[in-house]
Design a protein around this ligand. Structure first.
Ligand SMILES: Cc1ncc(COP(=O)(O)O)c(C=O)c1O
Length: 361
């Protein structure tokens, strides 16, 4: 049957998001999707296991009151930001949050501004919601260009630290964007726990700011899908109006609360990731013909002097069961993005990198 006539008129023009590879077989050193290399600490796994009980029969708390309280009164308490549960929205991963921001704010034809290169979902969501897309190129060193301070759209997405290069934008840059932009500025801090820079304190100053964060990266909960947004209660009310009724499931709520309770254990794991990021950066920077972008995230972005060499590295790493991420997109052909793994994974990566370097560098 030819379904074309049933789909929306612009259906063929919508581009699908291309996620990194998730192999089902074992044996890969997986450094391609910026997951946390450490599992949640045992005590958190135990608390999740203990919750696999009769409650699964019931719908979860639709307002996730306890979890939102824990986020506002514990997780955010030392972040110099809004700490009222009415300022916190939660959803099924930060992707869910980004979608609800679009749903609540963007009418078809409204201008949505975002940067390139950056996280691909801003583009996909803008297409799905029929926005007028304005993709603004970052400068050569992945900074915000001056033209961004005179944009006149309805919604702007800023990713800080920015995926794929890893650098966070300064508080001053975000502050300038919030004060010059007439619409809402959504700062996606998916990797925000791997650095000290955050827009969270700016929420006290700017009513048009939403800060979006996730438990997928720093809290090792990518599979359970838990994201949160912090903003003025009026914005949060609007997001709640358009979201699905039971958007965060019961086990995810339990797991997220447990992560917050045991955040000191999580912090230790993330400290290891940060120090391994430095080790990887220093080791790779030794080679001629490659450089590493400064990173505030749990991944590094390696630049090769030639695209062909980059592709050879990507291919040979794969041959040695190591998955990293290459983007076949303008301006990115010469780069490989490598998630920081455990010290063992990183040592293996450096060993294999060295072998390949002997051939091509
Ligand atoms: C910048 C950025 N934002 C959001 C997401 C989505 O994360 P989540 O798992 O919370 O939906 C990702 C995932 O890789 C990301 O890189």
């Amino acid at each position: 049957m030819d379904y074309e006539e049933f789909f929306r008129e612009d259906f063929d023009r919508i581009e699908q998001y291309k996620p990194g590879e998730q192999p089902t077989e074992e044996g890969w050193v997986k450094l391609n999707t910026n997951e946390n290399p450490y599992p949640p600490p045992q005590v958190i796994l135990d608390e999740i296991k203990m919750s696999v009980n009769d409650k699964l029969r019931l719908y979860p708390d639709p307002t996730a009151k306890y979890l939102r309280q824990m986020i506002s009164s514990v997780l955010l308490v030392d972040k110099n930001t809004l700490t009222n549960p009415r300022s916190v929205f939660i959803d099924n991963g930060s992707d869910g949050i980004l979608e609800n921001i679009m749903k609540a704010i963007v009418d078809p034809g409204d201008q949505v501004d975002y940067f390139y290169p950056s996280y691909g979902m801003y583009r996909v969501l803008s297409m799905c919601y029929r926005a007028k897309r304005n993709e603004v190129k970052l400068t050569e060193d992945f900074s915000i260009p001056d033209e961004a301070y005179s944009l006149k759209g309805k919604l702007m997405f800023v990713n800080s630290p920015n995926n794929p290069n890893g650098k966070a934008f300064s508080k001053n840059t975000i502050s300038k964007l919030c004060s010059s932009y007439p619409g809402i500025v959504a700062v996606d801090e998916a990797y925000g726990d791997f650095c000290e820079i955050s827009a969270l304190p700016l929420l006290k100053e700017f009513k048009n700011l939403i800060v979006v964060r996730t438990f997928s990266k720093s809290f090792s909960l990518a599979s359970l899908r838990m994201g949160y947004a912090v903003a003025d209660p009026e914005i949060i009310k609007a997001l709640n109006k358009v979201r699905l009724p039971y958007n965060v499931n019961y086990l995810t709520q339990i797991a997220a609360v447990s992560c917050i309770k045991h955040r000191d254990l999580i912090k230790k794991q993330n400290e290891k990731i940060i120090s391994e990021r430095t080790r990887l950066t220093e080791a790779i920077s030794q080679y001629n013909g490659v450089s590493v972008e400064p990173s505030d995230a749990n991944f590094i972005f390696i630049k090769f002097s030639e695209k062909s060499v980059c592709l050879k590295f990507n291919w040979d790493l794969r041959e040695k069961d190591m998955l990293v991420r290459h983007f076949s997109s303008p301006g990115l052909y010469q780069f490989l993005r490598v998630s920081v793994g455990t010290p063992e994974d990183n040592s293996k990566f450096l060993e294999v990198f060295d072998e390949i370097a002997q051939k091509y560098l």
